[in-house]
Design a protein around this ligand. Structure first.
Ligand code: ADP
Ligand code: MG
Length: 318
C-alpha cells in the first residue's frame, strides 16, 4: 500500500467528521483552507505523542486514535474554543493495515464526538509518532487565557481527579475489577470538556486543562497571572472508584497525577453566581486565588506550600 492509497483509504473519510462548513478545502491539495468568520479569532495548538513516552509500546491502536485527538482537543476546551478541524502528521514504522484500521477507527470516533474534521496531514516513515494540530475559533477577544486569574477568584475543577493516574497501575491487568475498569476507562478514553469550555467563555477569568496534574497545571495559571492560591484537599472531587482502590493515596493522585484532561479554572464570585446552572453543576470549588506567589494546600487543618510536581520532559534527576 502506497502513501497516497493509505491516506485515501484510512484518513480521507475523516474529512467529513465535523459539522463546521468553515473548512473550504480538506485533504488533497498543498494546503487546507479554513475560513475564519469576521469577528472571530482562530485558536490553534499542536500536540505530539511519541511511542514509549506518551503511550506504552504496543498500545491498542483504536484507543490511541481516540486518545491522540482527545488530548489535543482538550487544549481547545481550555481556551473555550468551538472546535473546527485538525491536521495529522503521522510517522509510522510500517504501513500495518491492522494498526491503521484500528487507529483510524478510534480517531474517527473521536473526530465525530468532538466535531473536528480532518483537514490534512503528513505521512512519513520512522519511529511511531503522532502530531495533531487542532483548530477552533472564539468570538474576538473571548479566548480564556491562563493569565486572567485575579485575587479573590474561586479555583474550580471539572469532573473528578486522579482516576487516570490510578489507572497506570492496572494497564497490564488481565482481569481488572469494576473499579479498576472504571479508572482504566478514564485513562484510555479521556473526554475533552469542549462544551464546558465554550460555556465558560465570558465567565471564567483563566483556564487550563489538567494534563500534567492539578498542582502543575494550576501553577501555570498562577505564574501567568502573577497570583497565588490556596486549595483545600477535602474539597477535591474524587470518584468512588478511586477512593476504593487508592484509599489514602487518592488525594495525592488527584493533586499530582496527570492524564485526567479535566479543566481547572478561576472565576470571580460574581461570575460564579451568574453561571448557568448546567455549567456550574459540572464544576467543584476547591479553593481561591490569593495575593503573592505559589500554591498552598490545606489538608486536615495543616497548610503546606508546594512546588509543581508534574511531568517535565527536560527535567534532569539530581
Ligand atoms: P505536500 O508534499 O504538498 O506537503 P503531501 O504529499 O504530504 O503534500 O500530502 C498530500 C495530501 O495528503 C495533502 O493534502 C495532505 O494534507 C494530505 N495528507 C497527507 N498525510 C495525511 C494524513 N495522515 N491525514 C490526512 N491527510 C493527509
Ligand atoms: Mg505541496
Amino acid at each position: 500500500m502506497g502513501e497516497f492509497e493509505l491516506i485515501r483509504r484510512y484518513f480521507c473519510p475523516l474529512a467529513e467528521a465535523g459539522s463546521s462548513s468553515a473548512v473550504l478545502l480538506g485533504p488533497g491539495d498543498d494546503c487546507a483552507i479554513q475560513r475564519v468568520e469576521p469577528g472571530r479569532d482562530l485558536v490553534f495548538s499542536v500536540d505530539t505523542l511519541v511511542e514509549g513516552v506518551h503511550f506504552p509500546r504496543h498500545y491498542d491502536p483504536e484507543k490511541l486514535g481516540w486518545r491522540s485527538l482527545a488530548v489535543a482537543a482538550s487544549d481547545l476546551a481550555a481556551m473555550g474554543a468551538d472546535p473546527v478541524c485538525f491536521t495529522l502528521a503521522l510517522t509510522l514504522p510500517a504501513a500495518d493495515p491492522h494498526w491503521l484500521h484500528g487507529y483510524a477507527r478510534g480517531l474517527a470516533n473521536a473526530a465525530r464526538s468532538f466535531g473536528l474534521s480532518l483537514a490534512g496531514g503528513d505521512t512519513t516513515r520512522g519511529p511511531l509518532t503522532l502530531s495533531l494540530q487542532v483548530h477552533g475559533t472564539v468570538p474576538r477577544g473571548l479566548a480564556i487565557c491562563r493569565s486572567g486569574a485575579r485575587v479573590g477568584d474561586y479555583v474550580c475543577v471539572s469532573g473528578t481527579l486522579g482516576d487516570a493516574g490510578a489507572a497506570l497501575n492496572y494497564l497490564d491487568s488481565e482481569t481488572p475489577g469494576p473499579d479498576e475498569q472504571s479508572v482504566l476507562d478514564r485513562f484510555h478514553h479521556p473526554t475533552p470538556r469542549l462544551s464546558l469550555g465554550v460555556g465558560l467563555r465570558g465567565h471564567a477569568s483563566a483556564a487550563v486543562d489538567i494534563s500534567d496534574g492539578l498542582v502543575a497545571d494550576l501553577t501555570h495559571i498562577l505564574e501567568a497571572s502573577g497570583v497565588a492560591a490556596r486549595i483545600e484537599t477535602a474539597h477535591l472531587p474524587l470518584s468512588a472508584a478511586l477512593k476504593r482502590i487508592a484509599g489514602a493515596n487518592a488525594v495525592s493522585l488527584a493533586l499530582n497525577a496527570g492524564d485526567d484532561y479535566e479543566l481547572c479554572i478561576t472565576i470571580s464570585p460574581e461570575a460564579w453566581v451568574g453561571l448557568p446552572e448546567d455549567i456550574r453543576r459540572q464544576l467543584t470549588i476547591i479553593g481561591e486565588v490569593t495575593f503573592g506567589e505559589g500554591l498552598v494546600i490545606e489538608r486536615d487543618g495543616h497548610s503546606q506550600a508546594v512546588v509543581a510536581g508534574g511531568y517535565d520532559h527536560f527535567r534532569t534527576e539530581s
